[in-house]
Design a protein around this ligand. Structure first.
Ligand code: SF4
Length: 712
């Protein structure tokens, strides 16, 4: 697959020719080449590029439209090429010397006045493993603050916490992508792979060709639902209950794998007792799905010899996301469909490094290798690698949105943001905006003047995917090395290099002595050694040679484990754990706010769109935000297709264009998440969090909708 595109990049003396890089967007991490095939034509600024997929085991040489056009943002004329500093209210060019000196001075003076925790660090799930690792070390060693978390909290926290509790280990897929065609039944719950990870779709099509029965659970008839044999159009917030109905039907039909349950799990009896309380008819009504269809799904999954269940943000971004995932995992355990070919669980990661980004220390409660910051042995081990005393490491902080609440309360007075755009991606954006305005000092490292960067006191220009080297861990748990493809433009610097400079200004240079990303990776290998996410056995040389290695990989001879849990789970006793704590789901609409607002992605855009809005080809496909609503809902609210509407919740409102479609439930509105400003869906999302994993309830806000048409 290949294509030619144009960008506004002015040609340089040497033509760009990147022999192999990785797409900076989703979690498949497709490999590709990027080549400038024609310079700008006289009088015009555009050069022409050829982008081709490179076969690797995950993407098999495929690319989607986002990957094909990713170079457009990297080569964009809108890139920040020198540091900016705020003077007289305006961001103006500065020098690295001036900004690093200012950052160190302000951080030191604020910490002298208010203590170490006055500074927060906010990372991202698209950063390389090396940067994510170093950001965690920077917060704990250079700043000594407990306040660090990252935007992956909004993606993976529900599935990650559920996987850890149930299996004793959180790795996105418990199987290899190449195992998907071997499954006889596949349940895709709250995941729209056709738009979010398009190059995975052929795996599911291949499974279908092999006779697999595909069940999609989603409030919308998505492009993924189009390949399903059965689509359960569930009411948002009711996924947990739906999973429980399916399991009760499986139990009643005698389809529980009792041998597996006895030999490899614990907690089944109390789950069976808990499920006896569920009334199937009434619960199906609450889910908004015919019981006969749920029965069909349950029987198909229960009777299949092999089967997989995959969840994504539709199930997980709920205030009961942790339990919702665990209820799907109950289904897997009860039927014994894990640990053998064609079986398993998959949490389909969203961000490019959504997997690795959550393993090595940028989470509030975590040290590298999935170690816990609250465990004395883990603290002592990591402190020994870092050359510090364990008691100097701060304790556990708070989750990403709770950091914003601390910012709002001015407990945090300075914030360093790297690889994230929190003023668009957080729920309840009004509070986040107010909080960031109150900060004494905001530093943002980004490629572009994002919505958050526009509010900063200092903006640090960073390198793009074509320019920096590092590892990323794809949705399978396979670690891939992305090589540098071109020199850093202008005065841009690598994230890790910036952290080392600031650490130097803070008097911590001896702890941050690295010449390159590989040096950091080698320290990460040691820091993760013996942990759940063990990278010790991987080296850059091996990653180059073997084209990617699964974790855990404990020794240099170890090939990494593709298929997990074939004979034991990762808990000490080797058993997986059922949960019998049932979620009642979400039922919070009212006369004033009668509709359910849910959100998600569209094919051409990624996260808050900081990169994809700068790609002309991608931007041309979706220029502005919209709400998808059912014709009956539109008629009831006197809304016409294409007109501007206001959507309002208890927490705020935003404005988008109406797109009337049959494919959505009548009680549900769908709005993409890729736009900021007045079109930002998060102006109306809720601030309450899942009690287990602190995931916000992005997928369920009670709202009302009205036309903005002026009636004369
Ligand atoms: Fe591959 Fe995902 Fe990039 Fe598309 S967005 S090219 S599927 S990594």
């Amino acid at each position: 697959m290949g294509m030619k595109t144009s960008t506004e990049h002015s040609s340089s003396a040497s033509k760009l020719h990147v022999r192999e890089t990785q797409c900076p967007y989703c979690s498949v991490q497709c490999k590709m080449t990027v080549e400038e095939v024609a310079g700008p034509i006289a009088g015009e600024r555009r050069a022409t590029y050829k982008v081709e997929g490179v076969p690797n085991e995950a993407s098999q040489g495929r690319l989607c439209v986002k990957g094909m056009n990713a170079h457009q943002h990297a080569l964009s004329g809108q890139r920040l090429l020198q540091p900016l500093i705020r003077r007289d209210g305006e961001l103006v060019p500065s020098s690295w010397h001036e900004v690093t000196e200012l950052i160190a001075r302000r951080f030191i003076s604020l910490q002298d006045q208010y203590g170490a925790d006055v500074i927060g660090v906010y990372g991202g799930g698209s950063l390389t493993n090396e940067t994510a690792y170093l950001l965690g070390k920077f917060a704990r060693v250079a700043l000594g603050t407990r306040y660090i978390d990252y935007n992956g909290r909004f993606c993976m926290s529900a599935a990650a916490s559920a996987g850890s509790k149930v299996f004793g280990m959180d790795r996105g897929l418990t199987f290899r992508l190449s195992d998907i065609p071997r499954a006889q039944c596949i349940v895709l719950a709250g995941t729209n792979v056709a738009e979010c990870q398009p190059t995975l779709l052929p795996y599911f099509n291949q499974a279908k060709e092999n006779g697999a029965y595909i069940i999609v659970i989603d409030p919308r008839k998505t492009a993924t639902a189009a390949i399903a044999d059965l689509h359960l159009q569930v009411k948002p917030g009711m996924d947990a209950l739906l999973a429980n109905i399916m399991l009760k039907i499986i139990m009643e039909a005698g389809l529980v794998n009792e041998h597996f349950v006895d030999a490899r799990t614990q907690g089944y009896e109390s789950l069976r007792n808990a499920l006896s309380e569920i009334d199937l008819e009434q619960s199906a009504v609450q889910c908004g799905v015919d019981l006969s269809m749920i029965r069909q799904a349950a029987m198909a999954y229960g009777q299949a010899e092999t089967g997989m269940i995959m969840t994504a943000r539709g199930v997980e971004q709920q205030t009961d996301g942790h339990l919702a995932v665990r209820h799907f995992l109950n289904l897997i355990l009860a039927t014994g469909k894990i640990g053998r070919p064609g079986c398993g669980y998959g949490a389909i990661t969203g961000q490019g490094n959504g997997q690795g980004g959550r393993e090595h220390g940028q989470k509030a409660d975590q040290l590298p290798g999935y170690r816990s910051i609250e465990n004395a042995q883990d603290r002592a081990y990591v402190a020994s690698i870092w050359g510090v005393a364990p008691e100097t490491l701060p304790g556990k902080g708070v989750s990403a949105y709770e950091m914003m609440e601390r910012v709002h309360e001015q407990e945090i007075r300075a914030l360093l943001v790297m690889g994230s755009n929190p003023v668009v991606s957080n729920p309840n954006v009004r509070l986040v905006e107010e909080g960031l305005r109150k900060l004494d000092f905001l530093v943002v490292a980004d490629m572009f003047l994002s919505e958050t960067a526009k509010m900063a006191d200092v903006v640090l220009p960073v390198t793009a995917y074509l320019e920096n080297e590092g590892t990323l861990t794809n949705l399978e748990g396979r670690v891939l090395l992305r090589e540098q493809g071109r020199p850093a433009p202008g005065e841009t610097r690598h994230d890790w290099d910036i952290l080392c400079s600031i650490a130097g200004g803070l008097g911590k240079a001896p702890f941050f002595q690295y010449e390159c990303a590989e040096d950091i990776f080698n320290e990460l290998r040691l820091a993760s050694r013996g942990g759940v996410a063990d990278y010790y056995g991987m080296t850059y040389e091996r990653l180059r040679r073997e084209k990617g290695i699964y974790w855990p990989c404990a020794s240099l001879e170890d090939g990494g484990e593709g298929l997990l849990f074939s004979d034991r789970f990762a808990h000490e006793d080797g058993r997986a754990t059922f949960t019998s704590e049932l979620s009642v789901g979400w039922q919070d609409t009212s006369r004033e706010f009668p509709l359910i607002l849910t959100n998600g992605r569209v094919l051409p855009h990624y996260l808050t769109g900081v990169q994809t809005h700068r790609s002309p080809t991608l931007e041309a496909r979706e220029l502005e935000n919209f709400v998808e609503l059912h014709p009956a809902t539109a008629a009831r609210n006197r809304i016409m297709d294409g007109e501007w509407v206001e959507i309002q919740s208890l927490h705020g409102s935003f404005t988008v264009r109406a797109r009337i479609k049959e494919n959505i439930r009548e009680d549900t509105l769908f709005v993409p998440m890729h736009w900021g400003g007045v079109q930002n869906v998060n102006r109306a999302t809720r601030p309450d969090l899942d009690p287990y994993c602190r995931m916000p309830g992005f997928k369920t806000a009670a709202v009302t909708i009205r036309s903005m048409r002026v009636v004369r």
